[in-house]
Ligand binder design. Structure first.
Ligand SMILES: C[S@@+](CC[C@H](N)C(=O)[O-])C[C@H]1O[C@@H](n2cnc3c(N)ncnc32)[C@H](O)[C@@H]1O
Length: 198
């Protein structure tokens, strides 16, 4: 969901979330099966539900009931709830809930804005969920991971995940790290992973 800027600047990809949407928009098609690993307020889930259309499927996880409820309301308001399976559980358990292979997955890490910052993604469970998602990813499929390094533990989470992903075989995976280098105050960063061979 690109934001509108000034009249002469129709679309600006000015942060990691918008950038992750740009990648997904280019790869995800109607009928695809995708994962939102942290549905939060449902913005990414709605975005994915629009991309996969009424023949596609979205799995959306969150550990907080308020996030599941906020997402459900957003999906109902936009008449796309039937194509989304909402799961109130940790994304570490995706292998328990998902048998399908995935065309794409989004991880938007950190905590739910304006709520308890103790309920936050953590390096070990994030890494475990990403590793399980890699197993489910189709050839050509894409994972986007947005990191917030401005809060306690956020930089550690990025370092742990990046160190692990750096060792993925380059003949099978394209892994890239995107950061905004002229913004103040720890702007969010994006890692993308595409499977190029299965
Ligand atoms: C930055 S918010 C996600 C924003 C969301 N994608 C959106 O579009 O509104 C991060 C979310 O991760 C959730 N979360 C934290 N740990 C989790 C876990 N282990 N499994 C699933 N969700 C988790 C939090 O509850 C929070 O809602």
């Amino acid at each position: 969901m690109a934001e509108m800027g000034s009249p002469s600047l129709k679309i600006t990809y000015k942060n990691a979330v918008l950038f992750s949407h740009l990648f997904m928009q280019n790869l995800i098609c109607q009928g695809d099966t995708v994962l939102d690993a942290t549905c939060g307020n449902g913005n990414d889930t709605l975005f994915l539900a629009d991309l996969v259309g009424d023949t596609g499927k979205v799995y959306a996880f969150d550990i907080q009931l308020v996030a599941i409820n906020n997402t459900k309301e957003k999906l109902l308001n936009n008449l796309v709830a039937e194509r989304v399976k909402l799961i109130h559980d940790t994304h570490e358990s995706i292998d328990y809930y998902i048998d399908d292979q995935l065309d794409g997955a989004m991880f938007n890490l950190g905590y739910l804005p304006n709520t308890d910052t103790d309920l936050i993604t953590l390096p070990s469970s994030t890494l475990s969920a990403i590793q399980k998602t890699l197993i489910l990813l189709k050839e050509g499929g894409l994972i986007t991971i947005v990191f917030y390094t401005g809060h306690f533990g956020g930089l550690k989470e990025l370092e742990v995940v990046e160190a692990n992903l750096s060792s993925l075989d380059q003949n099978e995976w394209v892994v890239s790290h995107h950061k905004f280098i002229n913004q103040i105050n720890h702007p969010p960063q994006l890692i993308t992973i595409q499977r190029i061979r299965r």
